[in-house]
Write a protein that binds this ligand. Structure first.
Ligand code: ZN
Length: 64
């Protein structure tokens, strides 16, 4: 799964949850230079929400 982790050359958001009993992990790298990681279902959910609001596709909507 390591090759799915986003990097500065392949920006994006990657969430993984290896098993129902394991905490989710997430990592995100944006083309604007921002990056973040999170561990735990709630933390990953916040990471995704913040990413959607401020990075990723939000850049295309005219947000800076
Ligand atoms: Zn960004």
């Amino acid at each position: 799964m390591g090759d799915l982790t986003p990097t500065q050359t392949t920006p994006g958001l990657h969430i993984s949850k290896p098993s129902p009993d394991a905490p989710a992990t997430g990592s995100a790298v944006c083309h604007c230079g921002a990056s973040a990681t999170a561990t735990g279902d709630a933390q990953v959910q916040r990471l995704v929400q913040g990413w959607e609001a401020n990075h990723g596709s939000a850049h295309a909507k005219g947000a800076k």
